[in-house]
Design a binder for this molecule. Structure first.
Ligand code: ADP
Ligand code: ADP
Length: 230
């Protein structure tokens, strides 16, 4: 079964024009996919549909075995755990520590407190933020805040990670560092879907590019997925 499947999906906001029209594609587990296209074309919209943050206007979407066009309130938390979301606005909370931000998604899982703490520490370590647990996110640099948002998105060990322009506003070194973190997740089997303008950086990692342009959608296979190369 595909990890993600879109069948003839249309999306408009309110009574507006179609941002996405008749989009069909499948994503297999473990793929590393780059969503490219000009600003305003609908990249964020595509990611939000995958994350269940926006409903499709028409068509069928299946993500991790869930049908999203009829996602019930009860199924939503399940989807939340299956899909880690890193949006352009990091949605970090500045009234609590970096560590508490990473703990947030675990609050609803019923995980034992010691286990939850261990997971949150491991997630922060993975993104290179060990030692910064007690700081307020406001005390972190832009790159560190971006990595904190990643730690929060992965703490539940999602099968799919979607990230919207995760390297925007970062210098080259920080951008590479974040891509390396994503590559490590992908190597342990996480399906990656990343929207970015940074074609050069993404070309080093992506196995496939979904190109979103006004009125046009193209699916370009760039090279085999990691497990096929082995
Ligand atoms: P991209 O990520 O490629 O820049 P977006 O998906 O953010 O594109 O936006 C695509 C189009 O949809 C834009 O014209 C944008 O203004 C519009 N749009 C995005 N979100 C909303 C919304 N919540 N309500 C109305 N229009 C929106
Ligand atoms: P709103 O849409 O009003 O901002 P939501 O409750 O839908 O509020 O989501 C708040 C934010 O929590 C999201 O925008 C996203 O940044 C974050 N979030 C949602 N789901 C996940 C997830 N599975 N993993 C990590 N962060 C998530």
């Amino acid at each position: 079964q595909p990890m993600i499947e879109f069948q003839h999906v249309f999306k408009s906001y309110g009574r507006g024009r179609n941002i996405l029209a008749d989009i069909t594609f499948k994503v297999s587990p473990g793929e590393f996919i780059f969503v490219s296209g000009p600003s305003g074309a609908g990249k964020s919209t595509l990611l939000k549909l995958v994350g269940g943050l926006e409903p499709p206007s028409r068509g069928a979407i299946q993500v991790h075995g869930q049908r999203l066009e009829k996602l019930s309130a009860r199924a939503r938390p399940y989807l939340r755990r299956a899909v880690g979301v890193i949006l352009q606005d990091t949605h970090l909370l500045y009234d609590r520590s970096a560590f508490e931000n990473v703990m947030l998604p675990l609050a609803v899982t019923g995980l034992a407190p010691e286990l939850a703490s261990a997971r949150a520490r491991a997630a922060m370590e993975k993104v290179g933020l060990s030692g910064k647990e007690a700081l307020n996110p406001i005390e972190l640099s832009g790159g560190e805040q971006q990595r904190l948002a990643i730690a929060r998105a992965i703490v539940n060990r999602p099968a799919i990670l979607i990230a919207d322009e995760p390297t925007a506003n970062l210098d080259r070194d920080n951008a590479r560092r974040i891509l390396n973190v994503f590559r490590d997740f992908n190597r342990v089997g996480v399906t990656m879907l990343i929207a970015s303008h940074d074609e050069a950086l993404m070309a080093e990692h992506a196995t496939r590019t979904l190109r979103v342009e006004p009125g046009r959608f193209t699916d370009v296979r760039t090279r085999p997925a990691a497990e096929e190369q082995a």
